[in-house]
Design a binder for this molecule. Sequence first.
Ligand SMILES: CC(C)(COP(=O)(O)OP(=O)(O)OC[C@H]1O[C@@H](n2cnc3c(N)ncnc32)[C@H](O)[C@@H]1OP(=O)(O)O)[C@@H](O)C(=O)NCCC(=O)NCCS
Length: 148
Amino acid sequence: MENLFRLMQKSDYESVYSLWMKCKNMGFNNVDDSEKGISKYLERNSKTCFVCIRNEKVVGVILSGHDGRRGFIHHLAVDPDFRRHGIATELLRQALNALKKEEISKVGLFVFAYNSDGNAFWEKHGFTLRTDINYRNKALVDLIRQDT
Ligand SMILES: CC(C)(COP(=O)(O)OP(=O)(O)OC[C@H]1O[C@@H](n2cnc3c(N)ncnc32)[C@H](O)[C@@H]1OP(=O)(O)O)[C@@H](O)C(=O)NCCC(=O)NCCS
């Protein structure tokens, strides 16, 4: 069975959301991760978000985008049945190439400190841990968090 990698489309939302809900140690919320929120993200970042399709099923996804300066990666996930076969590595390769084409020089991401699989993956791919920064944020609307 072959893996097909392609740009994520708005119509992939339901399959992608089901995949996310199968993956532990990720953080979602009811606004940004709703169909409307993800559609908005895809409109702004139409060339930098990818899915992996296997047997007509979405088995991997990466959202990436930028603000004109920094690239950012969100919600990389691979179906638990298809892990450790390089799917996330290929999704990341495609996302980083796409960001480079948009002349982005650096990319970051959030990963829960307790997510050992995720941290092992990012470490392997050279994403260094910044311990010199306090990340601060503020919600502008009411958000309901959903941590998997
Ligand atoms: C993290 C995740 C995306 C990795 O997907 P994957 O397709 O299995 O990753 P790859 O096969 O491309 O792994 C590449 C390398 O990363 C490292 N790695 C990946 N998963 C690992 C794990 N569970 N433990 C240790 N190292 C791991 C290994 O070095 C691996 O190479 P190897 O298999 O030759 O040893 C997947 O485990 C996942 O979906 N987890 C849940 C969601 C998540 O945590 N997302 C990331 C946070 S944003």
